[in-house]
Design a protein around this ligand. Structure first.
Ligand SMILES: Cc1ncc(COP(=O)(O)O)c(C=O)c1O
Length: 418
C-alpha cells in the first residue's frame, strides 16, 4: 500500500521499498521475520543483518528467467559482493550455484566454504605472478584472463591449459547510466581485452597451446531495465569475438544486474534480459555450437537481502538542517559515498504507526567519520527520532561489509545471517 506523507516532496512520499519480508508492522520494522530494533538491541555495534530466504528467492527468480531463455546456464555468485562465511556456506549448500572470485584470498575462502575448484571461476585484474602461482595450483579452477600479459604468463607456466578471456566489447552501462558504474564504453577502462588487441590475444593463446573455452564480459554494475538497450549493444559486440574462437563453449555475461535504489526505480525486467541472451546466444545464433551462458551476479542476489542497523547518537539542528547522527559511517558501506548508490534510511520504530506522518521532517543522517562526505542521506523524511533510537539502511547486503574499512578506527561491526 502506498502511503502519502503530508508536506513532503512527491518523490519521497512512498514506502517504495516495502515487501513481504521488509515492512513496518504496527510501527515496528520487520525484516526477515524478525523485529529489527529488538534484534539490534542485543548488539553494541553496527549490525549487518542478512536474510537467507530473500537470497534464495533472488536466486530462484534468476534461475527461472535463465531457464526461460532456453539456454544452458551456470550461475556463479560474485564473492566480492559479500564474503560473510555463513552466507557463502549457505550458497554452496544450495548446490545451485558456483562462485566467482577475484583474488587468491577469495579462492581459499571459496574452498573453505564448500565450493569445489571446478565450481569456481576467477576473473581478476592486476594479477601478480604470486597470484598466478596460487591460482594455477588448482588444475580445475577456471581462469578468465583480462590482459595480454595474463595470457602470456599463464601460457608460460601451464602451456596447454584451458582458459577464458575477458573481453571489453567497447560498450557498457551501469545504474542510472553512471559513468563510475560503467566498466566498458566511451571511456577506456582497465578491464578486458579490446577488439584491437584480439588478434594478439589469439596468437598468444595459440603460441602456448591454450584453449580458449570461455568469453567473459562484465560491462557495468547496477543496470536496470532503462539500461537494457545499452547492455544489448555490449552483448551484440561479442559475436565478432566469438566467430574467431571456435572452441569457446561458454559465454560468461558477468554480473551487474541491478535493483531499485530510489523511489521510482522499477525492478530489472528479467524476461527482457533473458530474451536478449536468447536472441544473441540461443540455439539459432550459435550455429549449433551449444553455448552455455554463465552469469556471475553479486548485488542481484544479496544486496536487498541485507540491512545495516545503526544507533542514533544525537539529533541536533544546525542552521537550516536537522542532523541525525548515527554510530556508523560511510566506511562501513562505502557505495553511497563512492558511487552515489543510496541506501534509504528507515526508522526501526515509528511511535504512532497510524498517524498521518505530519510530524515527519526532512533530516540529514550523518555518520561518525570526520569527513564531510559522511552523510547517509540529506533532506530525507523521517519520523521524530531521539538518541538511542535505531535506523536501518536498506540495500546493505552487497559491497557493504565486504568493502568496509577501519577508517578513523571505526570499523567494528557485527554480521548475522537469519
Ligand atoms: C568480473 C565481475 N563479475 C561480477 C561482478 C559482480 O557484479 P554485481 O555485484 O554488480 O553483480 C563484478 C563486480 O564488480 C565483476 O567485476
Amino acid at each position: 500500500m502506498t502511503r502519502v506523507l503530508a508536506g513532503l516532496p512527491r518523490a519521497m512520499q512512498t514506502d517504495w521499498w516495502t515487501r513481504d519480508d521488509l515492512r513496518h508492522d504496527k510501527g515496528r520494522l520487520i525484516f526477515a521475520g524478525q523485529d529489527a530494533a529488538a534484534l539490534a538491541s542485543r548488539y553494541d555495534r553496527p549490525l549487518f543483518l542478512y536474510g537467507a530466504t530473500r537470497i534464495r528467492a533472488n536466486l530462484a527468480r534468476l534461475r527461472t528467467a535463465l531457464a526461460a531463455s532456453g539456454c544452458d546456464h551456470r550461475l556463479y555468485y560474485a564473492m566480492k559482493c559479500n564474503r560473510f562465511p555463513p552466507l557463502l556456506r549457505m550458497l554452496s549448500g544450495t548446490g545451485a550455484i558456483g562462485i566467482d572470485i577475484c583474488s587468491p584470498g577469495e579462492l581459499d575462502l571459496a574452498l573453505a566454504s564448500g565450493f569445489a575448484a571446478r565450481d569456481i571461476s576467477f576473473t581478476g585484474t592486476g594479477v601478480a605472478n604470486r597470484d598466478l602461482d596460487r591460482l594455477l595450483a588448482e588444475p580445475d579452477l577456471h581462469i578468465n584472463c583480462d590482459s595480454l600479459s595474463q595470457i602470456r604468463r599463464i601460457g608460460e607456466r601451464t602451456p596447454g591449459r584451458a582458459i577464458g578471456i575477458r573481453i571489453n566489447p567497447g560498450f557498457g552501462t551501469g545504474y542510472g547510466d553512471s559513468d563510475r558504474l560503467t566498466y566498458a564504453g566511451a571511456r577506456t577502462t582497465k578491464f578486458g581485452i579490446y577488439r584491437e588487441q584480439w588478434a594478439e590475444a589469439l596468437a598468444l593463446a595459440a603460441r602456448h597451446r591454450l584453449t580458449i573455452t570461455t568469453l567473459h564480459f562484465h560491462v557495468g554494475c547496477g543496470y536496470l531495465s532503462q539500461q537494457l538497450d545499452a547492455w544489448e549493444r555490449a552483448v551484440g559486440a561479442v559475436g565478432a569475438f566469438l566467430a574467431d574462437a571456435p572452441q569457446v563453449h561458454t559465454i560468461n555475461i558477468g554480473g551487474g544486474l541491478g535493483l531499485p535504489h530510489r523511489a521510482g526505480d522499477a525492478p530489472l525486467d528479467l524476461d527482457r534480459w533473458a530474451a536478449i541472451i536468447a536472441r544473441h546466444f540461443g540455439a539459432k545464433r550459435s550455429n549449433g555450437r551449444g553455448l552455455t551462458i554463465a552469469v556471475e551476479p553479486g548485488d542481484y542476489l544479496v544486496k536487498d537481502a541485507g540491512i545495516l542497523l545503526l544507533d542514533v547518537t544525537g539529533v541536533e539542528r544546525k542552521r537550516d538542517t536537522l542532523f541525525v547522527s548515527v554510530d556508523g559511517g560511510f566506511n562501513l558501506h562505502p557505495e553511497p559515498a563512492h558511487y552515489d548508490l543510496p541506501c534509504e534510511p528507515i526508522a526501526c520504530v515509528i511511535a504512532d504507526a497510524d498517524a498521518d506522518r505530519t510530524a515527519w521532517q526532512p533530516v540529514t543522517i550523518a555518520g561518525n567519520i570526520n569527513e564531510a562526505l559522511d552523510l547517509w542521506a540529506e533532506e530525507h523524511p523521517m519520523p521524530p527520532l531521539a538518541e538511542g533510537d535505531r535506523i536501518a539502511l536498506i540495500n546493505a547486503g552487497g559491497y557493504g561489509s565486504a568493502m568496509a574499512s577501519n577508517h578513523c578506527m571505526r570499523g567494528e561491526f557485527y554480521e548475522l545471517l537469519i
